[in-house]
Design a binder for this molecule. Sequence first.
Ligand SMILES: [Zn+2]
Length: 295
Amino acid sequence: MASYESLDEIDLEENSAVEVEDISSQKSFVWYKVGIFAFFVFSKELTDITPPYNQNIRGKCGLCKKFISGRHGANTNFSRHYEQIHPSKYSTFKLQNEKEKQAKKSEKRKRVETPAKTKLTDNQKIAAKARASEFFVRAPLLLTEQEKINQRILDYIIADALPLSTVDSYFFKKMLQALNPKNVLFSSKTLCSLITKDFKKFHSNLKASFGKVSVISLTTDIWSSRHRSFLGVTAHWLDEVTFQRHSAAMGLKRFTGSHTFYKIANLIPSIILDYGLTGKVQHIVTANGSNFVKG
Ligand SMILES: [Zn+2]
């Protein structure tokens, strides 16, 4: 396990030789788990040892599996890959990196305030231990772990239709921090963009599965709640290879005014078009309301 101390020694922009050499000499230091290197997979020959500073190293990107070459201690090529190919991951990484830097700075300041003495009293020893463990706990979560947590929060908010402001709640944050102090908390604004991203992923996945089928049926219905009306459209299809039945909610469109036939007649084709289903829809099952039946 890498000690916390080494986590932000490697700076993204300034690749200071002194700093890198310094940490390489530490026995507990696991170089490939630190900073941007943690996002790459290195061969066993490289991970079994700490390569000398400036040695050529080659790592496989954990996301796109592309091989990136660089030199140990100089993470420019590896950082650049993430910056250019996986910009959103990179900005999250930078943010965490910055946070850890600030934490380290304040820790350094603390250390200056209490000069090291050769003989510590028991109380001082206990205090130092507590400080060290607190410090260790603040080491950042790996992005993948953090992403898992973020996804669970997202699922919880969406599935229970909770207000986005839930994540801004003081006690909600307290709870997350109690569960894992390394947790990077996010605001409702970030939640909003996470949900949008999630939806786009869902939308394109659904579109991709629709691309593999030639016939699809739809069911629709209208709900009204507190003077708001929504048109829901669900797709139903058979997997043409396994004959497995599938259903997916395609849209929940809000519309204003009365639920007239013409309004609905306009909304459904727009949803069909949105999912590239033109020419594939064979049946649309509706409730037998007057609005669904052309008068
Ligand atoms: Zn990549």
